[in-house]
Design a protein around this ligand. Structure first.
Ligand SMILES: NC(=O)c1ccc[n+]([C@@H]2O[C@H](COP(=O)([O-])OP(=O)(O)OC[C@H]3O[C@@H](n4cnc5c(N)ncnc54)[C@H](OP(=O)(O)O)[C@@H]3O)[C@@H](O)[C@H]2O)c1
Length: 271
C-alpha cells in the first residue's frame, strides 16, 4: 500500500503541491513520510509551514530512502534533474513523472538503469480530489507499480490507464482543459451580468451548473448529445441559445483548442 511509503516530490510547484495537498487530504500519504524539493528558499519555507512536511533544495538527499520519487519539474528541467539524482536511485524505487511531453523512455535513458517508471498526466482539480489523471507504464514497470500509481491518483480523483501514445492528447484535453472551462464559466457569468444578475450570483450559477452537467455525463453515462436534447424543448429558449453557439463556432473552436494544446504538449521538451 502507498500509505506508510516514503514519497519524494521533486519540484513541488503548482502541480507538485496540488498532489501533496490532495494526497494528504485523501489519507494516502502521511506528513512524516513526505519530502518535497524546490529551487528557492521561500518556496521551501511555504511547503514546510503549510503542510508540515520536510522540504529541501537537495534532490539527491530527498530521493535517498524514498520508495516513490515523483517528478514534477518543468519539462526543460527534467534532463538535468535526472542526471543529478541517478547516482542515488535504486531499482527498488519507482519513479512517477507528471512532466508533460517527457516519455518513460526518455526518463529510463537518462537514468541509465532498468528502473520502474510510471508516467502520469493529472490536472489541477486533484487539489479538491476531483482530478482526472491518465497513467501508463515504462519498460521496467510491472503491474504492481501501475496499481500503486493508480491508488495514489485515485485518492485525488479518477484515474485511467492508457497507452503512452495517448499522453499528449490527455495533456491537451484534461490537463489543459480546466483553463478552457474556466474561460467558459467566466464568460457565462459575464452573460449573467449582461442579463442583470449580480456577478457573484452569476458565477455561482455558471460553476454549479457546469459541475452538474459534468456529473450528468459521468453518472448517467448517456451521450452528451442526448442529455442536450432533453434540455432543448421544441421552440423553447435553449434552441435559440444553441443556434448562437453554432454560429459562433463553439464546437470547432473547442476542438481546435485541444488539437493545438496536444500538438504543443509534444514539443515542450525541445523548447
Ligand atoms: N499545472 C498543471 O496544471 C499541470 C498539469 C499536469 C502536469 N503538469 C506538469 O507538472 C510540471 C510542473 O508544472 P507546474 O505548473 O507545477 O510548474 P511550477 O509551478 O513552475 O513548478 C515547478 C517547480 O519545480 C521547482 N524546480 C525547478 N527546478 C528544480 C530543481 N532543479 N530541483 C527541484 N525543484 C526544481 C520550482 O521551484 P521554485 O518554485 O523554487 O522555483 C517549482 O516549484 C510540469 O512538467 C507540467 O507539465 C502541470
Amino acid at each position: 500500500m502507498t500509505k506508510g511509503k516514503k514519497l519524494a516530490v521533486l519540484g513541488a510547484g503548482k502541480m507538485g503541491e496540488t498532489l501533496i495537498s490532495g494526497m494528504l487530504d485523501g489519507g494516502i500519504i502521511t506528513r512524516d513520510k513526505v519530502v518535497a524539493t524546490a529551487k528557492h528558499s521561500d518556496r521551501l519555507e511555504l511547503l514546510k509551514e503549510k503542510y508540515k512536511i520536510a522540504a529541501t533544495s537537495n534532490n539527491r538527499k530527498a530521493v535517498k530512502g524514498a520508495d516513490i520519487v515523483l517528478l514534477a519539474v518543468k519539462p526543460q528541467a527534467v534532463k538535468e534533474l535526472l542526471e543529478e539524482i541517478r547516482g542515488e536511485l535504486t531499482r527498488q524505487q519507482v519513479v512517477i513523472s507528471v512532466v508533460a511531453s517527457v516519455t518513460t523512455a526518455f526518463i529510463e535513458r537518462n537514468l541509465n538503469m532498468p528502473i520502474p517508471v510510471v508516467r502520469a498526466m493529472p490536472n489541477t482539480p486533484c487539489l479538491l480530489r476531483a482530478g482526472m489523471t491518465a497513467i501508463c507504464k515504462g519498460l521496467y514497470a510491472e503491474d504492481q507499480h501501475l496499481n500503486e500509481a493508480q491508488r495514489m491518483f485515485d485518492s485525488v480523483g479518477r484515474t485511467l490507464i492508457l497507452d503512452e501514445k495517448h499522453m499528449d492528447a490527455v495533456t491537451g484535453l484534461s490537463a489543459s482543459g480546466p483553463a478552457f472551462i474556466y474561460i467558459i464559466i467566466e464568460s457565462l457569468a459575464e452573460a449573467g451580468v449582461k442579463v442583470g444578475l449580480p456577478r457573484t450570483v452569476a458565477t455561482e450559477l455558471a460553476a454549479q451548473m457546469t459541475q452538474g452537467a459534468a456529473r450528468m455525463v459521468l453518472e448517467t453515462k448517456e451521450h452528451p448529445a442526448l442529455l442536450k436534447d432533453i434540455v432543448t424543448t421544441p421552440a423553447g429558449c435553449t434552441i435559440d441559445g444553441i443556434l448562437e453557439l453554432e454560429e459562433g463556432k463553439l464546437r470547432v473552436t473547442l476542438i481546435k483548442a485541444v488539437v493545438k494544446a496536444t500538438q504543443r504538449a509534444a514539443e515542450l521538451l525541445e523548447n
